[in-house]
Design a protein around this ligand. Sequence first.
Ligand SMILES: [Zn+2]
Length: 422
Amino acid sequence: MRLLIKNAQLVDDRGELGRADVLVEAGRIASLEGGEAEHVIDASGHFLLPAFFDLHTHLRVPGQEVKEDLSSGLRAAAAGGFAEVVAMPNTDPVIDRPEVIRALLGQARRVDGARLSVAAALSAGQEGRRLAELSRLKDAGAVLFTDDGHTNEDARLLAVGLRYAAALGVPVAVHAEDATLRADGVVHEGEVSERLGLPGNPAEAESARIARDLEIQRYGKGHLHIQHLSTYTGAKLVRQAKAKGQRVTAEVTPHHLTLTDEALFGLDPIFKVAPPLRERADVEALIAALEDGTVDVVATDHAPHTLDEKEADFLRAPFGIPNLEVAFPLLFTELVKKRGFPLGRLVEAMASAPRRLLGREAVRLEVGARADLVLVDPKRARPVTPEGFISKAKYSPWAGWELVGWPVLTLVDGRVAYEALG
Ligand SMILES: [Zn+2]
């Protein structure tokens, strides 16, 4: 079946490329100059982009399907314009065995949403005591190793893990937080935590751990990827390490780019996340770091929980924000439209950089490219309505925000994975 997307405004990591009639056939872009097709879409006034790729998604499978499952999670991803997501291994059981990866990949092929890739645990059981069987996990399909959800307290295990993973061509991703400095902190330590009387998690818990991990990378070699960067100092350390030529990459989440700890004044656990929402100066530093490439990737850290869990009292509620379905419109509205952030750079950070980070080819809007594509409407404003989310987590820190840039069509290998045209 051939699909013709007419009059679309093309944008990829090179920026705006002008208007074209894009013909999709057999999972590829067959032409940028139109052609015969069984299905024709008039995309006037819409942007056509490479579909996004999320390096950091919690799908909660296996074992926590009450929070999310493969069907809800992968369909929510497609609705957010994602062609592929990397599922985190802090599940129940932990994804630290090849059989679990193979089973997940098999199940995901039966879901009509985004494609699935799987991150495996760096240490057995994510317990930080001995390495998982990295090469067998890689053979089963693991694309990333991480103990995300936990901090890597054992520096030697991380150094050896980085070295082994490098031999397999796989990056190691770290939740860079010093557990002892974080202690029982539930919000960013600062004026807001003091006024609320809540235990604070200082910015130094992150920056101290990043400084250590950068030293470990220098010693152990390998590719260190820093997850959900949240602090001004953390960004500075990554910038310095990159300037020295260290093999380090970093990601930032939509929430750390758009919210500050002042959102916590209402004591609503929906804003409770790890690492915590920080101060305005941190948000500004992260936006600058994303623009100049210090931060390579926007990753969602989509972390669904049940509404019951999130409506518990603040200290007991779990950490995490679901955001697959709003990530792009949120950043398009708040960064590109309101602040003039370059759209090509946002597309690079959400579509090209994550693919390259895993050694894949970036999707460019050229003849022959894999048809992972998303069509977005840059004009029609719509509020965030979490009750309409496909994700099981039907709440959002951005509920009611009027956004533009909503995806209306997501193609995964040329197949329609999400459609909301007209
Ligand atoms: Zn994490």
